[in-house]
Design a binder for this molecule. Sequence first.
Ligand code: NAP
Length: 260
Amino acid sequence: MFTPLTGRSVIVTGGSKGIGKGIARAFAQTGANVLIAARDAATLQAAADDLAQHSSGRVETVVADVSRVEDCRRIAQAAVDRFGGIDVLCANAGVFPEKPFTELTEQDVDSVFACNVKGTMFSVQACLPALSARGRGRVVVTSSITGPITGYPGWSHYGASKAAQLGFLRTAAIELAPKGVTINAVMPGNIATEGLDGMGDDYIRGMEAAIPQHRLGSVEDIGNAALFFASDEAGYITGQTIVVDGGQVLPESPAALEGI
Ligand code: NAP
């Protein structure tokens, strides 16, 4: 039996869409107070209105760009001002523009790393005093299987950034441990989000065929993993990762999936 997170203060960066909104919903449904942050104000407010219908706690918004350090600090301060502190940071905001490695520019790499790596690191840094003050702070990073485990043409810069998040969290876990703060990462496989709308049935069927469970993951699958890492009961787990992919990384070759 897990201790309910009712009344806890939870930040979800990139909480206006996709996986982040799913994570926010998972916490909102437990009665936590949830602050979602993203750049587009209209999408963010629409998400907050939707989430509020599933929450007994409060849902608040901050328009912010996590690639800017001062915005990371504003997000943390907003949670402290509105909820009285921070129990959980879900560092989820991420971008994944596609471009072949041979065509990548310095700007392409900088912009992906600014959001995915720098944004993660400075979100954690900004929230740390408040997380530490709670004595049981939790950070949950959304990484990916792409980069740390697998590769996909067109996403070399993205994969590098997702692997970099894990390099960061392993040392951060050591530095945060004496402050009573854990940091862990969820590594999603292919998750069904609005981003896949318009990709077409053939694309989706192809992705499903590569997954032993023969379905894409749901944002709820990722939200549940985030809830686990955020729980009181996961307090002795830090610096770790959990792959949530329906078994996608397991087959040694396409032959392993024949007849399955
Ligand atoms: P998504 O639907 O595009 O949502 C991304 C969210 O992040 C949006 O709320 C977006 O809002 C926000 N965001 C992007 N850049 C931001 C910035 N600089 N500052 C603040 N917010 C920012 O993407 P998703 O598929 O849910 O992905 C979410 C996370 O999961 C990412 O870290 C991604 O790498 C990871 N992931 C996704 C999958 C998948 O299958 N979908 C698989 C593995 C890992 P604005 O654009 O308005 O800022």
